[in-house]
Write a new protein. Sequence first.
Length: 240
Amino acid sequence: MKFGRRKRDEVEVAEAVAEDAEVAGTTPEVELAADADADLDEVDAVAPTDKSAPDDRAANGPHDETEANLVRPYVDLGGVKVLPREGLHLRLEVEEGSQRVVAVGLDYDESTLQVQPFAAPRSTGLWHEIRAQIAEQIERQGGTVQEVDGPFGPELRALVPVVTDGSGGTDGARPARFVGVDGPRWFLRGVIAGKAAERPEDAAEIEELFRSVVVVRGTTPMPPRDLIPLHMPKSTQSAV
């Protein structure tokens, strides 16, 4: 498994939605930036608050740290732990000013998966609300989005405008899938690009990769939607 690092000039992770995509070879990465505050009250008024997760989440993932298989090796990134595998390239996205790690990118099987873990209430979920914000933002930027029932529950399948330079110009659009799972006191969001977004019927490998992520919520009190802290990888170790 390889490691990489990429800086980002502007990241607001607590209420992030898709802003643009950039292409590196055959694996476009989906950038995230927040622009949903103005519509938050309206979304809150209509979005359900129940948790959204596969029925078998506790058994098959994404796992809470208390559910992970302790004999398997994981790469410790703080708020998430990732199971290494042949052909996996791990990339950390770092906020330019603070040098804070704000997302984990995983390149695998001609696809890219970006994951971010957030604090969440114990008894209610975040994905229904955040999903509505993402869909609105994509459409506002000229993209298209469709909500479907995917392997993790409701997901968004979108065509996201590709920003080519700092002038705001675009060069077509790239497919992306936005998935989310509400766990015990956490919410894990994933953005899928590349082959697994272009051909969702051929996405088993990247979907299994998302399933294999372990979220480490910890015991420190955190407001809902706060990013669970991430850090540079430590040596490969057990899940807890």
